[in-house]
Design a binder for this molecule. Structure first.
Ligand SMILES: [Fe+2]
Length: 314
C-alpha cells in the first residue's frame, strides 16, 4: 500500500510503537482542511455538546487550574481570534468521525498505520481537532485510551514520562480509571529529568504507551493538532483489570501489580470488572460536574472572564 501521509516509519518505529514514546513525520498538515477559514467554519458549526473550551494556569503545570468555559454566542471568527490572543484550548471532539472529508482523512491515516504495523487493530477510533493558544498547554495527566497526536500548525513541546512508582504509581492509575478524580496527580518539576521531550513542528506526530503520563506546552504561536483516541482489545482488558485491582486494593487491602499479572489473570480480572460494574461498586462521575467556570471573552487579556467576576458585578 502506498504511504500517502506517513513519510517515515523505520524498524525502530515498528518495534517501539505503543511500547515506548515514538515520534514520526507525516504530511497531514499539507491538507487544505486546516486553513483559518476551515477552522472558523468548524468552530462555528460544531455541536456545542461535542466542543470543549478550556483554560489553564500560566505555564500549564497545574491540573487543578484546568477548567471548562462557555463559548457564548461569539462567531467562529471571533472565537478563533480569541484563541490566537488569549489562553484557550479547544477540542472539537469527533470532528474526524462526523464530517465526511475529515473522516476520510482519519481512515486513510489509520489504514497506513495498520499497513505499517502487523497486528495493529484499533477499535473505537475517535479523532478530535485541537486548536489552542500560543501560551496554552495541558498539565500532567494520563489518558484512559491510547492516543496518537498528529501536529499540524504551530509549535508545542511534549514531555512524556515513564510509568513508575514516582511518576504514576499503580494506585493513581486505578484512581483515575475509577473516576474518583483526575486532577490530583503526583507531578513535580523534578520528574522532568525522566521525561522524553518532543518539540513538535507541523508534520510531526507522537504516541506513547497506554497510561504514560504526559504534559504539553505551546511555544508561542497558534497550535492545531489532531488527537486520535482508540482502544485495542488489550487496552479494554487492561483497564478492566486495573479497575478490579483498584477495588481489591481499596476493599480488601491487597497490593496487586499489573505487570506481574499474565494474560489469564488479567482476563479474569477484566471479566470481574464487568461484574463489579453491574454491582455499582464503580461510580462514574461526570468530568465537569460544576458546569462552566468561565466565559470566553475575546476582549479579556487571556480571552477568559471568570464567572465569579460576573457574580460580583451583579
Ligand atoms: Fe493526553
Amino acid at each position: 500500500m502506498a504511504q500517502r501521509y506517513i513519510t517515515e516509519w523505520t524498524r525502530t518505529h515498528r518495534e517501539n510503537f505503543r511500547k515506548a514514546p515514538v515520534l514520526w513525520r507525516h504530511r497531514v498538515h499539507e491538507s487544505p482542511l486546516f486553513t483559518d477559514d476551515r477552522l472558523i467554519d468548524l468552530i462555528e458549526k460544531h455541536p456545542r455538546d461535542l466542543a470543549d473550551f478550556c483554560t489553564m494556569n500560566d505555564g500549564a503545570d497545574d491540573m487543578s487550574s484546568w477548567r471548562g468555559g462557555d463559548p457564548g454566542n461569539h462567531s467562529g471568527a471571533e472565537l478563533l481570534a480569541a484563541v490566537r490572543s488569549g489562553r484557550l484550548w479547544i477540542n472539537l471532539r469527533k470532528t474526524f468521525n462526523i464530517y465526511d472529508e475529515y473522516a476520510a482523512l482519519l481512515k486513510a491515516m489509520i489504514g497506513e498505520l495498520k499497513a505499517l504495523n502487523d497486528g495493529f487493530a484499533p477499535v473505537k477510533v475517535m479523532g478530535g481537532l485541537l486548536i489552542s493558544s500560543p501560551t496554552a498547554g495541558v498539565p500532567y495527566h494520563i489518558d484512559r485510551s491510547d492516543v496518537l497526536l498528529w501536529h499540524l500548525r504551530g509549535h508545542k513541546r511534549v514531555w512524556v514520562y515513564p510509568i513508575d512508582d514516582e511518576t504514576m504509581p499503580e494506585h493513581e492509575v486505578e484512581e483515575i480509571l475509577l473516576h474518583e478524580h483526575n486532577d490530583d496527580v503526583p507531578y513535580n518539576k523534578a520528574m522532568d529529568r525522566k521525561a522524553v521531550i518532543y518539540d513538535l513542528e507541523p508534520g510531526m506526530a507522537a504516541t506513547w504507551p497506554l497510561h504514560a503520563p504526559h504534559r504539553v506546552l505551546n511555544q508561542g504561536d497558534l497550535n492545531v493538532s489532531i488527537t486520535v483516541e482508540y482502544s485495542p482489545f488489550s487496552t479494554i482488558m487492561q483497564n478492566g483489570a486495573q479497575i478490579t485491582n483498584g477495588i481489591l486494593r481499596r476493599r480488601l487491602g491487597l497490593d496487586p501489580r499489573i505487570e506481574e499479572q499474565g494474560f489469564a489473570s488479567r482476563f479474569v480480572r477484566f471479566a470481574a470488572s464487568r461484574v463489579l460494574r453491574k454491582m455499582n461498586l464503580v461510580k462514574a462521575r461526570a468530568a465537569h460536574e460544576g458546569g462552566y467556570l468561565f466565559k470566553v471573552d475575546p476582549h479579556a487579556e487571556t480571552a477568559v472572564r471568570e464567572l465569579e467576576e460576573d457574580r460580583a458585578m451583579a
